[in-house]
Ligand binder design. Structure first.
Ligand code: GLN
Ligand code: ZN
Length: 766
């Protein structure tokens, strides 16, 4: 039996890599310095895993930005626009690499970055490979080889990790028409073979091929590509120990295909789907080894040893110990680094801490599981402790709140519905709110200047008292209200100055949430997030936003829109309990938000926005599972929104507008108004709403807030005209794409003045 790790976090336990990259980009440190920080992190990671006793330690799991971009460079998939960067002899390979990741503005060149998108259903973002019809590949970077040799020099023989060729192609995008990227497999494979040859010359024993697409919906062509690739690799390197990894989903209908591939070992995700083990064991060919992904690589819970040992025992009985690998479900880059760094009991209490495990602890769990599976008596005390922690978690009063469970069980159909349908509500709202045609509004946040952030930092450090801090926030809010009034915006917002983050702000006030001090996880490049930990039944002890919304409303005769984060988004951007279904946790959050909505209404707030930017990204990886998810996600939103009178207008906001697949579900949310992103697509994305004849009101973003550019009135009129051609005027709102938090005041002011002017033009000929 071997212990096997699929990947270790590379940001460093104190985000050393983030800091080093940002220093380097700002021109404040040298390339050598950055390279050294990378080397140190790799060494620490390898030595840590070796010290713990991991048998198969990964290399090439390190990356300065993103592992998919690393591979694009390795196989020479470098879009033409960067060729000038290569030609400049002053540029290193790393300069080229960062140019692809972040764009390049130097020596009269202005080259855009490559696109970024979510890595499967995680919050990690990768750089999307770009392919052309005549795409050629060649071995361009030897990073994999270099890192393997680097580990060897340290006396640690590692297992290089490489994204498999099929997954690599499927992760990319065709940049021109007339071909399918999977057809490039014949061109791509020779580079892999060349690379493997070099690795073989260095006496590599194991190579890990990550092929998460193998557990997703596949076309016949994709399946054929899998067969082709792994047959060829086997033919060329009959002795190489290939580990084919799948994760984030069960193999399901691809089981037969996966088991037929001539690889040395196959990895399956038993956290996402433990049930697949049995079918796997009955069908597995006698030569194949199985890697059991039993330790959750994506969540922060301590492994349940007894449950894992059951799975391991089952596999051992059928296959024998020497055909088994004990592994995390996926790479640990989705876990924070080290629970031992959480030393502040006031932040993370010892009771909660005993239920948790971060990457370093997960590595230890793998080793302990192996010892336990091999009946090593020395490991028994660890099993005892583990059982105690699991038992404590099952029964802890911190987690289980009968009142919350009862309330969830008591939700009725009526709680999921506004009292009248939209057609009637709309009449009531028009009478109550008296808004003009093409009402103008914003999405919620106004610029979070360094000053505003410094107040919060000082307040958190105790350098500002609650009163002092509140007074500063109140002043900023007031100025923002006055600015919006003066500009002629119809529905105002308070500006969200009191919030650090749209999930954290609510998590900090809800029961059932905990926060780590150092639980950072890479989101993209040097960016990290620190998701809240939902450990227990969620409820809202006190109103969360009423004070600031009511204060803002007291400053003006116009309507101020209340601003909340929706249940699905709070769920999606947190570490979530694994002791009950996600839907259950989501419903609890929905009730907490519902309480807030009702309190806002009671405090005189008649327009309330419940942001749900994460609904779409929560979609399961397999289409067959979509409707189940959408059913509970939409229900949760409706529960949160349905406690108010007909006259009260509920808005929602989503930061994208590719709704073709889910437009019916969006309509089922039944928000009175939805604001979406549209400006970058020139309103084309609005077509889904038009084709569907979306019945409620829509605010298609007319101003791209991701750029400092100030759009002109004319541009926005043009966009609104396009919107009006497909959506009835009475249904349209005028607003930016998203919150203005990342913008500067100067451009924000100018842009909003233009936006109001654009709305006025439209009103003239209603
Ligand atoms: N109300 C939030 C804001 O304006 C919405 C942000 C989001 O959708 N990501 O910042
Ligand atoms: Zn948004």
């Amino acid at each position: 039996m071997l212990t096997n790790n699929l990947g270790y976090p590379r940001i460093g336990s104190n985000r050393e890599l983030k800091k080093a990259c940002e220093q380097f980009w700002a021109g404040k440190s040298t390339l050598q310095n950055l390279v050294q920080v990378g080397r140190d992190i790799r060494q620490q990671n390898w030595e840590l895993q070796k010290g713990q006793g991991i048998d198969l330690i990964p290399s090439n799991d390190f990356s300065f930005y993103d592992q998919v971009l690393d591979l694009s460079l390795t196989v020479g998939a470098i879009p033409k626009r960067y060729h000038q960067v290569i030609l400049n002899p002053a540029n290193s390979e790393l300069d080229l690499y960062f140019a692809m990741a972040r764009g390049y503005q130097k020596d009269d060149l202005d080259i855009t970055a490559m696109e970024m998108t979510k890595w499967f259903d995680t919050n990690y973002h990768y750089i999307v490979p770009e392919f052309t019809r005549d795409q050629q590949f060649k071995l361009f970077s030897t990073k994999i080889l270099d890192e393997y040799n680097e580990s060897k020099r340290l006396g640690i023989k590692t297992k290089p990790v490489i994204i498999g060729p099929v997954t690599y192609l499927l992760l990319g995008k065709e940049k021109e028409s007339g071909f399918e990227r999977i057809d490039l497999i014949k061109n791509l494979l020779p580079v892999y073979l060349e690379l493997l040859k070099k690795l073989e010359e260095q006496h590599v024993e194991w190579v890990q091929f990550d092929e998460p697409f193998l557990s997703l919906d596949l076309t016949e062509k994709d399946k054929a590509a899998f067969k082709y690739v792994y047959t060829e690799i086997k033919r060329a390197f009959p002795k190489l120990k290939t580990l084919l990894t799948t994760y984030f989903e069960a193999l399901k209908d691809n089981t037969e295909l996966a088991l037929s591939l001539p690889v040395h070992a196959l990895h399956i995700d038993l956290v996402r789907n433990p049930e697949q083990l049995e079918s796997m064991l009955t069908a597995i060919p006698t030569s194949l080894k199985l890697s059991l992904g039993v330790v959750d690589g994506r969540n922060i819970w301590k492994n349940d040893f007894r449950a894992s040992l059951k799975l391991i025992a089952l596999a051992k009985e059928k296959l024998g110990a020497n055909r088994l690998l004990i592994s995390p479900s996926c790479s640990l880059i989705h876990s924070p680094c080290d629970l031992d760094l959480e030393t502040n009991d006031a932040v993370l209490t010892p009771e909660i801490k005993q239920w948790l495990s971060f990457a370093k602890q997960k590595v230890e769990e793998l080793v302990t599981l192996k010892k336990l599976a091999e009946n090593d008596p020395e490991a028994l005390p660890k099993l005892e402790l583990n059982i105690q922690a699991q038992e404590n978690r099952k029964t802890s009063a911190l987690i289980h709140n009968p009142a919350v469970k009862q309330r969830v069980a008591g939700i009725t159909k009526k709680d999921e519905h506004r009292s009248q349908p939209y057609a009637l509500r709309s009449v009531a709202q028009k009478a109550a709110l008296k808004l003009p045609f093409f009402p103008t509004t914003t999405i919620g946040s106004f610029p979070q200047t360094p000053e505003v952030r410094s107040w919060r930092a000082k307040y958190k450090k105790g350098l500002l008292s609650q009163q002092e801090y509140d007074a500063l926030i109140a002043e900023e809010t007031k100025e923002t209200i006055l600015f919006q009034e003066k500009t002629g915006i119809d529905v105002l917002v308070h500006g969200e100055f009191e919030r650090n983050d749209m999930v954290e702000y609510f998590g900090e006030q809800l029961a059932g949430f905990a926060f780590s001090k150092n639980g950072w996880v890479q989101s993209y490049g040097s960016r990290c997030v620190k998701p809240p930990i939902i450990y227990g039944d969620v409820y809202r002890p006190e109103p969360m936003t009423v004070k600031w919304s009511a204060y803002a409303q007291s400053l003006t005769e116009k309507w101020v829109k209340g601003m909340l984060t929706g249940p699905v988004t709070i769920l999606q951007w947190s570490f979530v309990r694994n002791d009950q279904p996600r839907s259950e946790t989501c419903t609890q959050i929905a009730l907490a938000i519902r309480d807030e909505v009702v309190d806002l209404e009671r405090a005189g707030i008649k327009i309330i926005q419940i942001d749900e930017p994460a609904i779409r990204e929560g979609l399961p990886l397999r289409k067959a599972d979509w409707q189940d998810y959408l059913q509970w996600a939409v229900r949760a939103f409706r529960i949160s929104a349905s406690g108010v009178e007909n006259e009260t207008q509920i808005h929602t906001h989503m930061c994208y507008s590719e709704f073709n697949d889910i437009i019916q579900n969006i309509a089922d949310m039944d928000a009175d108004v939805i604001t979406i992103e549209c400006s970058r697509s020139q309103m084309e994305l609005l077509d889904a709403f038009a084709d569907f004849k979306y019945p409620n009101e829509i605010g298609p973003g007319v101003y791209d807030i991701h750029s400092p550019r100030v759009p002109s009135k004319e541009e926005m009129v043009f966009l609104l005209e396009k919107a009006r051609a497909v959506i009835p005027a009475a249904q349209l709102w005028v607003n930016p794409d998203c919150g203005l938090k990342t913008r500067h005041w100067e451009e924000t002011k100018k842009a909003l003045i233009e936006m109001v002017a654009a709305a006025k033009v439209l009103r003239e000929y209603v």
